[in-house]
Every structure is written in C-alpha cells, then in structure tokens.
Design a protein around this ligand. Sequence first.
Ligand SMILES: [Zn+2]
Length: 402
Amino acid sequence: MVLALAGGCAQSPGADLTVSAEFPGGSAEVLAIDSAARRIELAPRCEPGRGWPCWWYARIAGASQGETVTVRVISSRRPHRNAEVLAGRWALPDRAVVSPDDVHWTPTPAGATNSNEVVYSLAAPADPFWIAWGPPCLPAHTETSIEAAARRCAGLERFVLAHTREGREVAAVRLGTPMGPAIWVQARQHAWEVGSSWVARGLLEWASSEDPAAAALRRGAELWLVPIMDVDNVVRGAGGKDAEPRDHNRDWDDAPIYPEVAAAQRRIRTLGAAGRLRLYLDLHQPGWQTQPSYFYGPVEYPHLPAAVRADYDQFLAVAVAAATGPLRILPNYDVVRYVKTEDERARMSRTWVQRHGGPNVVAVTLETRWNLPESTAENYRRLGADLGRAIVRFLGLAVQPP
Ligand SMILES: [Zn+2]
C-alpha cells in the first residue's frame, strides 16, 4: 500500500552525500559525512614517506546545485615521516576552490579557521562538484599548455626530461635561440605547491605569445622550462615536501635519487660549462602568512663579490618592478634560515646551481604566496608573464615595436 502525502507538504531530504578522491591528484581521508546536516569532514590523505600531508582534492556528489554544503577540513594527525605530524596551517587555506566540472575553479568564501581546521560554507556549483586546496595542475594540464604554446610558437620543442622512479614522463619545453643566454625555470619540486606550476604556465603562455618582448626573448635567449618536477607525487596527490629519504629539493648532490633531478643537473651543467646559463629560477610556495611573495638568494649574499651581488640585485629589481599585478614581490632577498647544516643547504637546488651552473648564473628561488584572496590561477599566470618581461629586461634584449 502506498502512503500518499499531502501535496506540497513533504520535505524531500537531500540525497546522500558521497566523497571520493580516487583520481589523479586526488587526496582526501573522509572523516565524517552527515547527509542530514549536509556536512562533510575530511583531512588530506597521509601517505607516510611521501611528504607533508597538506594537499587535498575531492569530488563531492549528492548535493543539488546551489544548496549549502559545509566542508570541514582538519589537519592530518597521522605521522608522515617517522613520528612526525605536520604542524601549522599548511593544509588550511582561508579559501579553497570549487569547480562544477573539474576544469573551471573559483574560490570559496573565506572559511572559519583556527590552527587545526577550517570550515567552508559554500553553495554547491553542480552535482557532482570538486573542491580542492587550490586550483589543481596535473601533468595533463601542463601538457595542454605545452601543446597550445607549440601551436603559437614554431620553434618550441617539447621533450621528456626524464622518466620518474615510477615510470612517468617529466615533460619539459625548450624555446628560443640555442646560441643565446640560457634561462632554466622549473616548478613543483614540492608537489603540493601547485601555484608554482601555474606561474610556470603563465611564463610559458607569455613566452610563446606575440608580445614583442616575448619575441625578443625568443630571438635573443633560450628558455628551458619544467612545469612539474615531482610528477609522481603530484599524480598521487601527495605533498612531496620532506619525502623520504629526501625530497626533490634536497636531492641535488653527486648521486641524486630522482632521475628528473639528475637529468636537470646534466643539462644545467652543460649550459653552465658553455658559459650560457644566465638565470636559474626555482618556483615554490611558502607558508600560509598573508604577505607579499619573495625571492630566496644566496645565503652568503652580503659577502658576494660586488659585481656578483650587483647582478643578483639587478635581477631582483627588474622582477619586483615587473610584478605589477595583485601578486607582488618583496624588494629584498631572503635567505634560507631554517636549514641548519651546510650539507643540507648544499643539496638544495638553488645552492647547487649557484655552485655548478657556470660563471654567469644568477640562481634564485621564488616563493609565491598562496593564502591571499589574490592567490588565484589567473594571478599566478599573470606573475609568470611578468617574470618573462623581467627576464627580457635583465638580459637587456632589444624589443622591437610590433
Ligand atoms: Zn617548496
């Protein structure tokens, strides 16, 4: 027998909510789902040995478009290396991003945050929808950027820098003149630092564009660019930073364990030995503080020969001047103070390139802020283009009017 309800009085409860992260780059440990309260609790999935559990990225189904869903994200309490548990707000951006299609991402309203959690209240953009720590950037996305750049720019060469320890391709790009000064740019030695890949994509899009300054760069210099170094951890959705036995940016010695680090070293050594390497730019993202982005320079910066220091100063000055977008750069170099031993400092890529990249290299690390309202994919890309213009000025290349 069917019980008929009086028309219009029945409150239809929402469908059961489900959460999944079983896709490339996905990461979520589902802690609770309360479908009645339209509330989900999750933490980043912790993969011991694979670095800090700070990146998260999940698909949520069962919410109607426009209905309010509460997503509470809690820092993982699981040890990621020995007994170490990640402290701090690395996993807790003030604003997450949501997408109706896993392609187009918009920031959520600011969540309610404390030191261990953040609670986002958001309107579901579709059923299903995706939510993530920041706008995802996977190898498939950088491949799309490379293909588009190659269509715009005839001389662009896509090559495989290396195959990772798990057999994945590390894609890289070379463009410009092989006779000129060389610029090496790489991103994502730490897999969670997704914004660094967006900066790299912005630089690639600009360098392959019709901007007269980009044409000047291609005419007068050679750009090497690796948008994702730690492909394995990016695809696994792991954080990468402080991976065991060491992460990519502690692997730069005479016996690197990561094939992509060894391959980058070989090419950088070759460019340096020819006296061609002029700039090394390692793209990262720093802590959650809401301050401008900044460069790391040499730890011995105050003691560098005056001419070398002037070279570093000139690059910093043109980069700061070029970064006119919402993401600005501090006008002074910082130095890595949290690394306590000379052995560890020597295994950082910036230090290694400074020492092995030949006589003409300026080797710097850019830390692009991710926890500002302005920390969007669009603004990361704009910063990448700004860096391209800065490189042209640093090299003193003549720009011809269109
Ligand atoms: Zn980093």
